[in-house]
Design a protein. Sequence first.
Lengths: 290, 304
Amino acid sequence: MLSKNTKLWVSLIALISLLSLASSCSKGGGDEESAGDAGGKAYTAKGNEGSISGVVSYAGAVPEAKKIDTSADAACTSKSPNLTTEDWVVKDGKLANTYVYIKDGTLADNSKIGDYSFPTPTAAATLDQNGCHYKPHVLGVMVNQPITITNSDPTTHNIHFTPKNNPDWNQSQPNGAAPLTHKLARAEVLVPVKCNQHPWMKSYVGVTKHPFFAVTAEDGSFTIKGVPPGKYTVVAWHEGGANGTEKTMQVTVPASGAVKADFSFGASALGQPSSLQMLEAIEFPMLSKH
Amino acid sequence: MAKGVHRFAVLVACATFFLIIAGANVTSHDAGLAVPDWPLSFGRLFPKMVGNVFWEHGHRMIATAVGLLTIVLAIYLQMRERRRWVKRLGWIALAGVIAQGLLGGLTVKMNLPLAVSAAHATLAQLFFLTTVSIAVFTSPRWIAATPIANDRGEGVSIRSLSVVALIVILAQLVLGATLRHSATWDQDLPTGLLLAHIGGAICVTLILGATVSIALMRYRAEKYIARPAMIAAALLFVQLGLGVAAYITRTASPFDPQPMTPMVAVTVAHVACGALVFASAIVLTLRTFRVVYAEQNNYVLAAA
């Protein structure tokens, strides 16, 4: 029989072994390039694709940008002494950093957009940590498209993707370190990205199976090109509050034509999904409103 | 037995309390993954303490100190303590702190999965329970204590009630830890868990309130019982207020640009006060078992 002390040590070793085993099975870590959401029959361009463009505006009193206290890291204070929040960037009533994408829809031949696959761009999208905030603040990529992450700051950041459908990913990146590359294998709108060292740093990455997405510029404008003719549900998503706000619109893209889709966000829609305010903003040629 | 052992055990319990505060700061600042590697921090023993690295690496340093103190306590008890079960408790504390360190590492390695993070926070309270218990068992008052009353025939058993209170408080601490780890400062707290935690607060108030009331009604003159009972009641009162304040500041938090000082301070104080309520209930329960005997048992004083 084992002595009590021996039993204690055996138990401890067993516990350590179990924890080590669990650790090795951790979900964090490298780029897992599973099949993900990249499947479907390949879409062949027919030359009659159209576009969706529009302007996202902000109605009402614009929430003031809040001053960020960067005193926890002198390097941040030195480089960005007047850092403010970027959740509502409004200029002349136009809203920047809104992610607009085709959620679903039907092509002219009644096939679903989700049934097709589209070539993944080989060119990487870039996410830079510069001045202790992310540039760009909102980014769109396709599934498995590489994202190059750079650190232009004289301090260490950790880049932490916190998705729901993709594996969690957290990497440290000291100043001067080589760029990191990350890919997301599953569609997800949107994946929050943060730095746990500087908790005010936030970015959002929209991941779709198709290339039909855009992020509004400073003037609130966006254009989604190369859209096959058909009827689509277009969604404009903007951060703010705990879960962000979504606006939905139905559009019909004519063959070789353009459709306009304007969205409006407002103070009353803060933090709650709502499509009511959008109704006034819909412009011709909308076939249906939602 | 030397007073030194008791004093050292109190020191370890106090250090553990400080460690709980440090851990609460890590959660409230969302600093848990500020250092992505473990056991080293960025491959070093002591990294530059900027941003949230201060909270995460600071927590690791305090945890290391508590681990070392626990090793010394276990050896100290082994050398100076005559009661075998107290010696054993020292080794259990050491096993607990090792497991807790490994769980902490696992939370980092696995990117803070809820189950592991909640287990880490729960084991912290169980380790605190162990260190506080060792401090109580090694105290001169414990060793010199004599029976004062029979628990039987006086209606509700104070011994049973205090144990129930202890279990309910522990369950409430686990709920609170799970709630805190379910959402970062910029996310809404899950409603179900929040309601469960509020329900837990009502249960703790009723059961601990009843325990304290009965203890004070029966043993008001016995400071050995009355003092921890009154401290538990006072802490419970403060804790309820802190809970309301934590809820208010935490609800506003998702709209803040970063974890703000009022939210962090109030939430950490809520966690710390919860640990103190637990500690006072532990002391009350142990002391009750020490001096309030049950008639059917062959109550024998432990050897001094």
